[in-house]
Write a protein that binds this ligand. Structure first.
Ligand SMILES: [Mg+2]
Length: 261
């Protein structure tokens, strides 16, 4: 995976895939497990076997907050900043500490399965027509780990990740993050951007910036955790041009022009 450089002469459109809860299903319960690690959210019994919650000093609680405060803060940060970490940086001893104790501590190898059909989907994208990049709010080690487990590393041309060590942390859905992504990938025309993400706000922001082909990955009925609160995933169609899929295979129909004939 070329990280993160791009040929300035390359004018192929670019397909941006979000990673977490898009390249794997929310049914993996990874967002719940992360909630447990970030602020000690009570795990469901289904999640419990992965979290070993009794052994975990939940990250926010470890910063000296009680559980209620930790939960509220996590949700507030998530709502405000798009990810928990952005608000945490000033409180954190070190952002990499967060990465190690939250993202890095998840037993992802047990939670995510390699999917031959997902690999085939990526293989079937016509690289003479488009480039394929990942655009994530996770830090690089987590993003690369997920791509490795999914067996997609060699099929993703580049990765734009949230730099936990940067002074001014930016992430989706901040416009600046999309602009940064386009700059890194050397793409100047937003209409040439394809984008799929499970977070509707992230999709909306991309659309507002003129990204040409935006799709909401929406597994209606499943439960996911956003900002530490468990919620049922709802299909929200506000505008008639909103496009959502519940299975990545549907991209073959939604974006037929990017696949091999
Ligand atoms: Mg996601």
């Amino acid at each position: 995976m070329a990280i993160p450089t791009s040929d300035s002469q390359d004018d192929r459109p670019i397909v941006w895939f979000d990673i977490d809860n898009t390249l794997y299903s929310a049914s993996t319960n990874i967002s719940q497990a992360m909630g447990v690690r970030i602020h000690g959210m009570r795990p469901t019994s289904f999640v419990n076997k992965y979290t070993g919650v009794n052994d975990i000093v939940a990250y926010f609680v470890g910063l000296g907050l009680d559980e209620q405060e930790a939960s509220e803060l996590h949700h507030q940060y998530y709502s405000q900043y798009g990810l928990a970490l952005a608000g945490l940086v000033p409180k954190s001893r070190h952002p990499l500490d967060f990465d190690r104790k939250c993202d890095g501590a998840l037993p992802l190898e047990e939670m995510i399965q390699y999917s031959p059909s997902l690999r085939k989907l990526f293989e079937d994208i016509d690289r003479s027509k488009v480039r394929v990049w990942a655009l994530t709010n996770a830090y690089r080690p987590h993003a690369e780990r997920v791509l490795r487990i999914l067996g997609l590393t060699d099929l993703v041309d580049g990765l734009v990740y949230c730099d936990y060590e940067a002074k001014d942390l930016i992430a989706k859905p901040e416009y600046a993050y999309y602009d940064k992504a386009m700059k890194i990938a050397n793409v100047y025309d937003p209409s040439k951007c394809y984008f799929i993400d499970d977070n509707k706000r992230n999709v909306n922001a991309a659309k507002e910036l003129g990204w040409g082909h935006c799709v909401h990955f929406c597994e209606g009925g499943l439960v996911h955790v956003e900002g530490g609160k468990a919620e049922e995933i709802k299909s929200i169609v506000k505008h008639e041009d909103d496009i959502s899929v519940s299975d990545l295979e549907q991209l073959r129909t939604v974006w037929p022009e990017i696949f091999k004939a």
